[in-house]
Ligand binder design. Structure first.
Ligand code: PMP
Length: 430
């Protein structure tokens, strides 16, 4: 059989790029399949390098809440590019963007644009350390906050012991300043604070866990974090790289009514271009250079083309509040439909999510933390993924990711997803 274009590209890529990809998830390792090389996208659909069409539920891993090649974003990008792609000087659009974000997210008084979620997180943590004069940070198991040294840390050997590097190349000393806690476990975080009194600069959390599959916060969890951090002089950071402008136009903080001290953003805020941002309390953000002693900079920060894309995306979302209602309804329909299908076939599964996010865990559930997420039958997930991909449905190849709905997914798309899921779940050997 002749090889496909995707296979040819992957073979060549592997000799030139580590693993053939510029970000590990794209290698499709967990499903043992040749990566899909994307050629084109439009609305809810993409076409690969061989011309095969998929309904896309990866959505670039979150940014594309409006779908692929959304016309107002594409137009804004083209217009901005014609005026110059980068200046390294401030531009009016950066002021507009900052104004828009501070208007939309209650509690964000100042904001600094960067170029990725990773950069937003590492900068926010530096600001928190600079502001508090403390070094330790707490993160939750199963939450992902980008690939900065402090955040590539797994739990130590016991409660409240120093974190261990989760990647080669991360200094043990850096990892030791990061403590890890079980998601949704307020008792554990209380113990961590008791063991490290006056040492913790910040607690960083995904207000909805979306990097261990989707794990919503238990009632009272975010409120509890708010209380405990405030009582201990530590800052609370909401990493809203996924939830920001996805759960609602006012982000997860507005959605849940819990106000952290700092926020990190990415994905949707760039409309599909490389953008991140961090912001929050004026007194904390005033620590950032050139105003204060916490250094952080970027040649392409606030890039005019990227700002135009993000501004167009956020403006479209703000002007069309119905989008969120429709996304929520379709998300609910998808989750309820899947639930019914797995029950029908007696498959142990737990479909979780919120608004436009969903995950199918192949375990009875509910999944409230990473240890519970890890109980999912990942081999079964891989079989489900392959069955769906064969039918033209593209989901994240890893179990521990979210399924992203976008405004371009129609009721028919959801219906087709459910028809395919029924076929796969009912198939022999599944
Ligand atoms: N935080 C969260 C919650 C994320 O999901 C991600 C990326 N998936 C990041 C940070 C890192 O963002 P980036 O990949 O843009 O560096």
């Amino acid at each position: 059989m002749s090889r496909s274009q995707c296979e040819r590209l992957f073979e060549e890529a592997q000799s030139l790029i580590p693993g053939g990809v510029n970000s590990p998830v794209r290698a499709f390792k967990s499903v043992g399949q040749t990566p899909i090389f994307a050629a084109r996208g439009e609305g809810a659909y993409i076409w690969d390098a061989d011309g095969k069409k998929y309904t896309d539920y990866i959505g670039s891993w979150g940014p594309l809440i409006l779908g692929h090649a959304y016309a107002p974003v594409v137009d804004a990008v083209c217009e901005a590019a014609h005026e110059g792609t980068s200046f390294g000087l401030p531009t009016a659009m950066e002021v507009e963007m900052a104004r828009l974000i501070t208007e939309l997210v209650k509690g964000v008084e100042m904001v600094r644009m960067v170029s990725s979620g990773t950069e937003a997180v590492l900068s926010a943590i530096r600001a928190a350390r600079g502001f508090t004069g403390r070094e330790m940070v707490v993160k939750f198991e199963g939450c992902y906050h980008g690939h900065s040294d402090s955040m590539l840390v797994k739990a130590g050997s016991g409660l409240a012991t120093a974190g261990q590097p989760d990647s080669a190349g991360v200094p043990a000393n850096t990892a030791a300043a990061t403590l890890t806690c079980r998601y949704n476990d307020l008792e554990e975080i209380k113990k961590i604070f008791a063991a490290h009194k006056d040492e913790i600069a910040a607690v960083i959390v995904e207000p909805v866990g979306a990097n261990m599959g989707v794990v919503p916060p238990a009632p009272g969890f975010l409120e509890g974090l708010r209380e405990i951090t405030a009582a201990n002089g530590a800052l609370l950071i909401f990493d809203e790289v996924i939830t920001g402008f996805r759960l609602s136009i006012n982000c997860a903080s507005g959605y849940f009514g819990v106000t952290p001290d700092l926020w990190t953003f990415g994905k949707i805020i760039g409309g599909g271009l490389p953008v991140g941002a961090y912001g929050g309390r004026r007194d904390v953000m005033s620590m950032v250079a050139p105003l204060g002693p916490v250094y952080q900079a970027g040649t392409l920060s606030g890039n005019p083309v990227a700002m135009a894309a993000g501004f167009a995306a956020l403006t479209a979302l703000r002007e069309n509040p119905l989008i969120y209602r429709e996304l929520a309804a379709r998300g609910e329909r998808l989750r309820a439909g899947l639930d019914k299908i797995f029950k029908k076939y007696g498959v142990a599964a737990c479909v979780q999510g919120i608004e436009s996010l969903a995950t199918i865990f192949f375990t009875a559930g509910p999944v409230k933390s990473y240890d519970e997420a890890k109980k999912s039958d990942t081999a079964r997930y891989a079989r489900f993924w392959s069955g769906m991909a064969a039918r033209g449905i593209l989901m994240a190849p890893s179990q521990f990711e979210a399924l992203f709905l976008c405004a371009a997914h129609s009721d028919e798309d959801i219906e087709y997803f459910l028809v395919c899921a029924d076929e796969v779940a009912g198939s022999e050997g599944f």
